[in-house]
Design a protein around this ligand. Structure first.
Ligand SMILES: NC(=O)c1ccc[n+]([C@@H]2O[C@H](COP(=O)([O-])OP(=O)(O)OC[C@H]3O[C@@H](n4cnc5c(N)ncnc54)[C@H](O)[C@@H]3O)[C@@H](O)[C@H]2O)c1
Ligand SMILES: [Zn+2]
Length: 466
């Protein structure tokens, strides 16, 4: 994938080319784009039929505008609404959507349009890649995670009972339309979680993006439209630059995008997916910064800077930094031996265990329920729902690491179980763990020689704080 000069018709347009397949992804970022999606679609796909895939939440919020815009461009959308959350990233859901497409007698000229978060983008990508051996894909991402990550790069996947994202494809969208106004309906907790990925991208580059974050928190957190447009564009450029050097994930370059994710994924799994992915990435970034300093790759000033910017954006540095549940906080360790059940393999280096899922859609995933006990039971963590849990663990406590807070989330997860999950990461090579570390801002390095005692210390930090 390579960046092309901005489209002459609009300096807001970005074009990327996936070199290996010569597929072109045209990305447009513009507040208000949703109601102007018709002409954009028409310019790219003419009046070809569209199947719009969205989820129940997004359908109630943003589908009307998109559907009206398509109709105005003489395209009658065939809409498929799926349940929200990971439960929809399954073969079963894929089959249901394609059965409906077959009943509608849609042919190879159909365009699959995904309107929603990363789950919908992934499902739409799988539908498009496999319908009559591949049809065109357009994405309209509506979460920050999807706007800055899932919508470009060409990857799509569904989950198996054995693990998350195990069956996937490379099938880049031809058109990505991003309207930052959609983010205004997103719970602020999800906005902050998405910002962890933005901070990750900023740490991977030395183009002043970290300074930009440091100076823009107020405007970003209030979702100022121009600021969000700029944030999204800069993120997409950074991801595109990395993906263009390793479109098929073969040279290792794409591994850099895993900064903060080894320990982040492990925390996510050890917490039975009760936290947002981005919240765990923030913890992983704080841990990776420490690991870098302890391994003498960078000095402590970088750790302080990473801590400060994450805190500025309301992200906790460790599980101890989360405010306790308003309900009964977990006080038991994960299980009799203090461990949560280990997940199966995952294409992304981790797996969902039993009934819990990303976004806390407990019990609604396509992933298996543990035989006799749910993950919630195993970890002692409370069950959660997408909207209702904002007050539970979403707000980071001021500071971190006090004994009082260790009675909450941090008491329910043991550092050893985080280490176990790290070891199951697909990036672990024959027993040795690979980490993306920092020699400085914009100077990431992949290391597989980090001493175990430092890894253990980092896992302990991720749970207990400094
Ligand atoms: N393919 C890739 O490159 C890639 C990259 C990153 C993440 N992902 C995948 O993305 C998924 C996570 O994506 P996500 O964090 O967007 O979660 P998600 O798609 O589950 O969305 C989270 C929740 O937000 C709701 N929602 C979406 N847009 C909204 C809006 N504008 N207002 C209010 N609510 C809204 C959804 O209905 C859902 O309940 C994971 O499955 C992950 O594997 C894929
Ligand atoms: Zn991520």
């Amino acid at each position: 994938m390579t960046s092309r000069p901005a489209d002459a018709a609009s300096d807001r347009a970005l074009d990327f080319v996936l070199r290996s397949t010569d597929a072109v992804t045209r990305v447009e970022v513009r507040s208000g784009l949703l109601c102007e999606f018709g002409p954009l679609y028409h310019r790219t796909f003419d009046e070809r039929p569209a199947v719009v895939i969205t989820d129940e939440v997004v359908a109630g919020l943003h589908l009307g505008e998109l559907a009206d815009a398509l109709r105005a461009a003489h395209v009658e959308p065939f809409v498929q609404v799926v349940p929200p959350g990971e439960v929809s990233k399954t073969f079963d859901q894929l089959g249901q959507v394609q059965d409906a497409m077959a009943r509608r007698a849609l042919g190879p000229n159909v365009v699959v349009v995904g309107l929603g978060g990363g789950v919908v983008c992934d499902l739409a990508g799988m539908v498009a890649a496999t319908w009559i051996r591949g049809v065109e894909l357009a994405l309209v991402p509506t979460t920050l995670e999807a706007c800055i990550d899932a919508c470009i790069g060409g990857k799509a996947a569904v989950n198996l009972p054995a693990g998350k994202n195990l069956v996937g494809v490379f099938h880049p969208a031809r058109l990505v339309g991003i309207d930052a106004r959609c983010l205004k309906t997103l719970p602020s907790r999800d906005v902050r979680a998405g910002l962890a990925e933005s901070i990750k991208h900023a740490l991977l580059t030395d183009d002043g993006f970290l300074e930009w974050h440091e100076g823009s928190a107020g405007r970003v957190l209030s979702l100022d439209e121009a600021t969000m447009d700029e944030l999204i564009r800069r993120n997409l450029r950074i991801k595109a630059r990395i993906v263009e050097r390793d479109p098929w994930e073969r040279t290792g370059e794409r591994m850099l995008l895993n900064l903060g994710h080894t320990i982040g994924h492990a925390v996510e799994a050890a917490c039975a997916f009760r936290l947002r992915h981005g919240e765990c990435v923030a913890i992983g970034l704080a841990a990776a910064a420490r690991l870098s300093a302890w391994a003498s790759l960078c000095d402590r000033a970088l750790v302080d800077r990473v801590d400060a910017v994450l805190t500025q954006y309301g992200l906790a540095l460790s599980l101890a930094g989360f405010v306790e549940d308003r309900g009964a906080p977990p006080s038991q360790p994960a299980s009799a031996d203090g461990r949560a059940e280990l997940p199966q393999a995952s294409a992304d280096g981790y797996a969902e265990s039993s009934a819990a899922a990303h976004g806390s859609n407990a019990g609604r995933t396509g992933l298996p329920t543990a035989g006799h006990e749910s993950a919630a039971g195993l970890t002692g963590l409370p069950a959660a729902g997408h909207e209702s849990d904002a007050g539970r663990t979403g707000l980071p406590a001021a500071g971190h690491g006090s004994d009082a807070r260790r009675t909450g989330l941090s008491a329910a997860v043991r550092p050893e179980s985080v280490l176990d999950y790290c070891r199951r990461d697909k990036k672990a090579l024959a027993g040795s763990l690979r980490f993306v570390l920092l020699e400085g801002v914009g100077r990431p390095v992949v290391r597989s020689d980090v001493p175990l005692e430092l890894v253990e210390r980092a896992c302990r930090f991720a749970i207990e704080g400094d």
